[in-house]
Design a protein around this ligand. Structure first.
Ligand SMILES: *Cc1c(COP(=O)(O)O)cnc(C)c1O
Length: 456
């Protein structure tokens, strides 16, 4: 098909939407390392995981063999309210950059939560409801996951308890109110409501909290409350599985026009959007059918892939969660203030960590000011105000397109535009006022985090 016929937006019809999720682990020769029980150091069994997670989700977490898993009808119905998400050809950006590269982005910000997180939230709420649970608990940092989960829970009439990192609770009142609009209860973490919260408060009075600490509180609240389970918005295998809907739609849309990408780029916090976007393409690469380049983009202030260690680590500050083998900066690592709340986690998905270790994907760390320059350029040309997290992917997509301008290569670049930045205007404000810092941790700054790694 001739180039001219590719529309600005490639949509799929409802009947072309994926009916199954794709589980990339099924095609991996080296499977991601299992979660370990922190007490016995034995791999977590389904029974053990089911104490924390819903049964069906525990099963998905451990399933390294089934390539395709049916999307239940009730979830498909919900997906159809805001999906398929558009795959946009960035003609205007290409023109502005004067690049021969062809740039596409998959935009996940077209729902009230404003990000891709709803794709997994609705699945997790569904399985909780199906199991007959009363509710779920979770943590949220910047608030995107809590917002998505509160929407999903209200749809299935489940109770939703969100532990929100205190600094965000105070700085992002609007996110908090969206969650409450959907009926969730929102508690600033650390709180007096849990044992682990009280302990952290006693040790660090006045602390403004961290994601790892909020996870510990949410897990404790789930396991100590009858009829509740804990849900997590990233990092886990099950979340990557649900997010594969992004990649499957992207692939179906590209296939419609015979487009084969050379390069697929996504930002990486815990790895769920990137994992979901690249999964079907990575599957082809793993099966030896096609070759693609994949780039994970992370903040230079929280460089899990590019400077982390591939090791078993705690997933949370309170050390109540199973141990995961991943690229990590150590659960004791606290990143300097950066404005991409969704990219501040110390670790990374075990699945992506294994793929990265096997040399199947690349990673790049970028500085925050350069990220906001790209964000603003993108907003002015393509019209969408991007989330700071998403803008990491925009930065590298633009950099790669500019390289093509030098070499004259007509590469096809696809990147994940994970969400909108309306609740991040304080970050934009700092950028506009020249108050944004680009602090990159020194090796000395990273040392305490590495020292906190468990010695197995
Ligand atoms: C949470 C979030 C991310 C990062 O999370 P991943 O699990 O790595 O995808 C990226 N973009 C947005 C908009 C987010 O809300």
């Amino acid at each position: 098909m001739s180039e001219k016929k590719i529309p600005y937006k490639i949509y799929l019809d409802e009947h072309e939407m994926p009916k199954q999720w794709y589980n990339v682990r099924a095609d991996m020769k080296h499977k991601p390392a299992p979660l370990l029980n922190p007490g016995t150091l034995a791999p977590m069994t389904k029974e053990e995981l089911s104490g924390v997670f819903c049964e069906e989700l525990a099963k998905q977490e451990l399933d390294d063999e089934t390539a395709y898993i049916d999307i239940p009808e009730e979830i498909s119905k919900f997906y159809k309210m805001y999906r398929p998400s558009p795959l946009v050809r960035a003609y205007c950006l290409e023109e502005k950059l004067q690049t021969p590269a062809k740039i596409y982005y998959k935009f996940e910000g077209n729902n009230t939560s404003g990000s891709h997180k709803l794709n997994s939230a609705i699945a997790q709420a569904y399985y909780a409801k199906k199991q007959g649970l009363k509710g779920v608990t979770t943590e949220t940092g910047a608030g995107q996951w809590g917002t998505a989960l509160s929407m999903a829970c209200s749809y299935f009439d489940l109770d939703c308890k969100v532990y929100m990192v205190k600094v965000s609770y105070e700085q992002k009142p609007f996110r908090r109110e969206v969650m409450r609009t959907y009926g969730a209860s929102v508690t600033p973490s650390p709180s007096e409501l849990t044992e682990v919260g009280r302990k952290i408060l006693a040790e660090h009075p006045g602390t403004t909290g961290s994601l790892g600490c909020a996870i510990s509180e949410a897990v404790e609240a789930a396991v100590s409350t009858e009829g509740y389970r804990y849900v997590l918005g990233s990092v886990l295998n099950q979340v990557l599985l649900h997010q594969s809907v992004i990649g499957l739609e992207t692939k179906a849309a590209l296939d419609k026009y015979g487009i084969v990408p050379d390069l697929i780029i996504g930002c990486a916090g815990g790895g769920s959007n990137l994992g979901g976007l690249i999964s079907p393409f990575m599957g082809e690469k793993l099966r030896g059918e096609k070759n693609y380049r994949f780039i994970a983009v992370e903040p230079a202030s929280c460089p899990s892939f590019t400077r982390g260690k591939f090791a078993y680590d705690f997933c949370d500050t309170g050390k109540v969660c199973p141990l995961a083998k991943m690229y990590t900066l150590g659960s004791g690592f606290i990143p300097s203030a950066n404005h991409a709340g969704g990219l501040r986690y110390h670790g990374m998905s075990s699945t992506l960590s294994q793929l990265y270790d096997d040399g199947l994907m690349e990673a790049r760390a970028v500085e925050q000011t350069a990220v906001f320059e790209a964000a603003e350029q993108f907003a002015r040309i393509e019209g969408i105000l991007p989330a700071p997290e998403s803008s990491h992917a925009i930065r590298v997509a633009i950099d790669e397109a500019l390289k093509c301008k030098e070499t004259g290569e007509e590469k096809t670049i696809v990147f994940g535009l994970t969400g909108t930045g309306y609740f991040d205007m304080v970050a934009y404000e700092n950028f506009h006022n020249g108050k944004m810092s680009d602090y990159i941790p020194t090796d000395e700054d990273l040392a305490p985090g590495f020292a906190s790694l468990p010695k197995l």
